[in-house]
Design a protein around this ligand. Sequence first.
Ligand SMILES: Nc1nc2c(ncn2[C@@H]2O[C@H](COP(=O)(O)OP(=O)(O)OP(=O)(O)O)[C@@H](O)[C@H]2O)c(=O)[nH]1
Ligand SMILES: [Mg+2]
Length: 195
Amino acid sequence: MGKRRERGGWTFVGAVSAGGVPPTLGMPEIAFAGRSNVGKSSLINRLTRTKGLARTSGTPGRTQQINFFAGPEEIVFADLPGYGWAKAPAHVRESWRPLVEGYLLGRETLRGVVVILDVRRGVGDADRQLLDFLSAREIGVVPVLSKVDKLKQGERVKLLRAAREVLDDPIPFSSVSGEGERDLWRRLTDLASLR
Ligand SMILES: Nc1nc2c(ncn2[C@@H]2O[C@H](COP(=O)(O)OP(=O)(O)OP(=O)(O)O)[C@@H](O)[C@H]2O)c(=O)[nH]1
Ligand SMILES: [Mg+2]
């Protein structure tokens, strides 16, 4: 801990779509889940210090497959497709659950899931369902509150207090300012048992 992270050294190592088989990578893995547009891919790029590693977009529902990225320290990040995008075509909405649940239940190397919530929206029904799903299966969760750079101080105090009442030690995070980055890395390092 406290060790400086190398910049870069991260690469895209595979993907899986609905009905497919995820690549066998054999390293401890952390998945990133949350509503569409909440900032999952931006957060991965921030954590890995690799611009453009995970594709980001202003258009919700851009990521419809699970993308895998491997780092220089024997850890894999899985960028999960977002949920809750109301305008998604039916076949996209219907394929999310088997893809993501199948992955979460069958991935032997999975060490935990970072559940990302937009700090301004709080915990919605779909978020709650995911959190309950994970806790029922004893899959470790790190809750992250994204886009905190958008808050004014007063709003921030109020929203963080409310979030802390319903989530276990959530990390305020911003992919723009880098707030929360070290804290999140520390939690992931513990989960993946890296030094
Ligand atoms: N201000 C601010 N904007 C952010 C932050 N994180 C992401 N965004 C913006 O939010 C939008 C969505 O970001 P993505 O990282 O693509 O979100 P995603 O959760 O991967 O989206 P899907 O793959 O569609 O589910 C983009 O326009 C980002 O620039 C943040 O911390 N602060
Ligand atoms: Mg994405």
